[in-house]
Ligand binder design. Structure first.
Ligand code: NAI
Ligand code: HPV
Length: 397
């Protein structure tokens, strides 16, 4: 029986996949001491103690900047997210934001709802000249980050429905994402090429040390005068002070973002949403279901898919018992593990080893042995220098 702590914000359809036969779910934002799994959305875990028993963290969503990934790896905790599961929801909001950036829909609506009297039609026809907008057709959109969200936004904007000229930049683009990009999208070689001539710029990168304040004063100065910046990625991928300065001097026309801050919400040229890019019923359900499936798979079989801390490591269960080890990626680890097994005269049926920078993951299937006895041997293996976590898993029935 695995204990799971789940955030109440995670879609119930996902949490329900933790079957009662094998899982006990309680609700909270930080793991109980007994929790083997923690299922969350955007809660910040950087100051949260991660208990020794915690085996996995599932992020029902994409961004993992709220999770201390290095600390998790060092403690042998495997972190999963839900790639692409909420991308369509974000795309639709970004497309709406583009339309809002082109036309003063919100002020126009505010104005009309404030009208009084019986001659609304007359007032409307007289006053509407104050709300003339622009069109997206033929304008240039710059997309920074052509992953799941950026790729969908770029394809939609360049389609005949929007008719925009789209320039994209992504130096680390994945092959499968690249295959899905429309051939109408022009590939920029650097960020400057995206910024210079674009009427609208939208950023869709993860928040990392490399992308923090990627759009700083220097980058914003390269943007076309009168352009609109959209940020549905993370607050810290832009330098807020530089954006406010650019809006104040009229260099940027508008900033539309999913990340509200005290300074932004009162600025007349800023439109903030309350981080609702992934808040659709489909996006929330897809994300929760996807990440719960991967957490279950890891807890029940040791197999890893869609982890942000380890490469995919999948092996068919070919024996009654499996050992899984998270260890530092240093020479001779596999040799030292197999030596212990050889000392107990144990036959390895199959094994796999994958590394990811400083850490690695090994799964070993073993023949004819009792789980209790293997647990004793596993305890010995846990004492090998540089081994972080050892688990014994019985073949699922
Ligand atoms: N507002 C919201 O509710 C949501 C926000 N997000 C945010 O959007 C981000 C992107 O989401 P996805 O597209 O699903 O992720 P993704 O992982 O599919 O795509 C991210 C892309 O950024 C690219 N990239 C990384 N560093 C870059 C750099 N320095 N310059 C240019 N490109 C770079 C990567 O190569 C990748 O193609 C997430 O990390 C998250 O922070 C995601 C979902 C919902
Ligand atoms: O998936 C993401 O990265 C998001 O930003 C969505 O966050 P949320 O799950 O709505 O807290």
């Amino acid at each position: 029986m695995f204990q799971i702590t789940a955030s109440t914000t995670v879609a119930p359809a996902g949490v329900a996949l933790f079957d009662q036969e094998n899982y006990k779910v309680d609700y909270g934002e930080s793991p109980t001491t007994d929790a083997a799994g923690l299922l969350i959305r955007s809660v910040d875990l950087h100051q949260t103690a991660l208990s020794e028993r915690l085996l996995t963290i599932g992020r029902a969503g994409v961004g993992v900047n709220n999770i201390p990934l290095d600390k998790a790896v060092q403690q042998g905790i495997v972190v999963f997210n839900a790639p692409a599961a909420n991308a369509n929801g974000v795309k639709e909001l970004v497309l709406a934001a583009l339309a809002i950036g082109a036309r003063p829909m919100l002020p126009a609506s505010d104005w009309v709802h404030g009208l009084k009297g019986n001659d609304i039609d007359v007032q409307v026809e007289k006053g509407k000249k104050a709300y003339v907008g622009t069109e997206l057709l033929g304008k240039q959109l710059g997309v920074i980050g052509l992953g799941h969200v950026g790729g969908l936004v770029a394809n939609s904007a360049s389609s005949t429905a929007f008719g925009m000229h789209v320039v994209g930049y992504d130096p680390y683009i994945q092959v499968d994402t690249a295959w899905n990009l429309s051939h109408h999208i022009h590939h920029a070689k650097n960020v400057s090429q995206v910024l210079q001539d674009s009427d609208y710029v939208t950023i869709h990168v993860p928040l990392t040390d490399e992308t923090a304040e990627m759009l700083n004063a220097e980058a914003i100065a390269q943007m076309k005068p009168g352009s609109v910046l959209l940020n549905f990625a993370r607050d810290d991928v832009v330098d807020e002070a530089a954006i406010i300065a650019a809006l104040d001097r009229g260099h940027l026309r508008q900033y539309i973002t999913d990340f509200a801050t005290p300074k932004l919400i009162h600025h007349p040229k800023v439109l903030c949403f309350p981080h609702i890019g992934g808040s659709t019923d489909a996006a929330e359900t897809n994300s929760a279901k996807m990440v719960v499936q991967t957490m279950k798979n890891y807890l029940e079989t040791g197999n890893i898919r869609n982890s942000v801390t380890f490469p995919d490591t999948v092996m068919d269960f070919q024996a009654p018992l499996r050992l899984t080890l998270i260890h530092r990626n240093v020479p001779n680890m596999v040799g030292r593990m197999t030596e212990v097994l050889a000392n107990y005269d144990l036959n390895i049926v199959n094994m796999v080893n994958r590394s990811n920078g400083d850490y690695a993951y090994t799964m070993i299937d073993l023949d004819a042995l009792e789980a209790k006895r293997l647990q004793r041997i596993a305890n010995k293996m846990a004492q090998i220098e540089n081994v972080v976590r050892v688990r014994v898993i019985e073949q699922p029935k």
